[in-house]
Ligand binder design. Structure first.
Ligand SMILES: [Zn+2]
Length: 373
């Protein structure tokens, strides 16, 4: 499905291994010089294995690289967004503007679905003769249109109040979501609009939790959560590097050693998290530790390592490397911890992005760590 579009250059480089350094990582400067930006980005997003592996086919659009209906549907929707950019003249809405926002594809698809009034709100379901009522399940006070669910609901007052920059945006419950969003695109700067899109996406996620009976905790944190989400997304997408942070603690929880590593690449968040685990294990081995509990806040990656299922490709190469390394350690297991319990490693990964090379500390620790201990 993916094909290099850079015209061929006769420079004697025909094999993938010619694009890697002696340590097995991508030769970033060679790749940047040799390929156009899109191709270079795609190549540098592929993780390199420490071990020899056979080639295998994989489906790029799921975390475990296996095809499922949901991912096929999402891909179809994202292709629809591309087609919709030519619909501007027909509908009067600037679809191209959405496509150009610097946001994850899943949020663009969410926006596209919302703007099409395809989001399964109570009113939209009633239009399709599916719902038994039209009332908002959150406030139980108004009809749940798309614009009500995502912005107008009385329970979202605090979220709305946190948006000083929304002065001038035309909002009324009678508006359809497309009109509300058009008003936002006209009145907000690009960064503000991107933050608003993440907020809307998060509000819908929490609304669904409530409908599923899981509660709606977190509504008061929507804006800071969205700011952090966007910040992390920008870091991964705008920089040619990934920051990794590793912490070694003893059985009483005291920090014994820590390390930062900066890798020149454009890996996805999952691949970067898997790499942090891999480098963390190598670091612990290097420090001479045995009987390890490796903790990560990346639940999906931890599940992949513990599942015993072979992951087809991409992140699978790192998962296999982790499993190989674990076999060499007496009593080691990988376990999930919440983000709150992983603050030190998280601070270190941010610190890594500001440093030119990798560092490790054994006795005294950097300020970013001291503050969190
Ligand atoms: Zn409501």
């Amino acid at each position: 499905m993916f094909k290099v579009i850079t015209p061929k250059v006769e420079n004697g480089i025909w094999l993938v291994r010619h694009l890697r350094t002696a340590s097995g990582d991508w030769n970033v400067s060679l790749i940047k010089n040799m390929f156009i930006e899109n191709d270079a980005n795609a190549i540098l997003s592929i993780p390199c294995s420490l071990n020899q592996r056979d080639d295998s086919l994989c489906w790029h659009y799921t975390t475990d690289e296996n095809y499922n209906m949901k991912s096929g549907y999402k891909l179809g929707m994202s292709l629809n967004i591309k087609e919709s950019t030519s619909e501007t003249r027909k509908t009067g809405f600037n679809w191209k503007g959405i496509r150009n926002l610097n946001l994850p594809t899943k949020i663009k698809i969410f926006l596209w679905t919302s703007l099409r009034e395809w989001l399964p709100t109570q009113v939209n379901l009633a239009r399709r003769n599916i719902s038994v009522g039209c009332l908002c399940p959150v406030c139980c006070n108004s009809f749940e249109t798309t614009v009500h669910a995502l912005w107008g609901c009385s329970r979202l007052k605090k979220v709305r109040n946190m948006y000083g920059f929304l002065h001038g945006v035309n909002f009324a419950n009678s508006l359809c979501f497309q009109d509300f969003f058009s008003s936002c695109t006209q009145n907000l700067g690009k960064k503000e609009l991107e933050l608003l899109c993440v907020v809307l996406w998060r509000v819908w996620f929490l609304r669904n939790k409530l409908v599923q009976g899981v509660g709606q905790r977190g509504l008061e944190n929507v804006v800071p959560w969205s700011e952090e989400f966007l910040e992390e997304f920008m870091v991964v997408n705008e920089k040619w590097c990934v920051g990794l942070g590793m912490v070694v603690r003893d059985r009483f929880g005291a920090v014994k050693a820590c390390s930062t590593q900066r890798i020149e690449a454009r890996y996805s968040v999952s691949v970067a998290e898997a790499l942090a685990i891999l480098r963390g294990i190598s670091f612990a081995i290097y420090c001479g530790y045995d009987h390890l509990i490796i903790e990560s806040d990346a639940l999906g990656v931890v599940n992949m390592i513990n599942s015993g299922i072979e992951i087809s490709a991409d992140i699978g190469v790192i998962i296999e490397d982790i499993k190989c390394l674990l076999q060499n350690i007496t009593d080691a297991r990988v376990k999930y911890v919440s983000r709150k319990a992983n603050v030190v490693a998280h601070s270190l990964s941010k610190l890594a992005l500001t440093l030119d090379v990798s560092y490790f500390w054994l006795d005294s620790f950097p300020l970013a760590v001291e503050r969190c201990i």
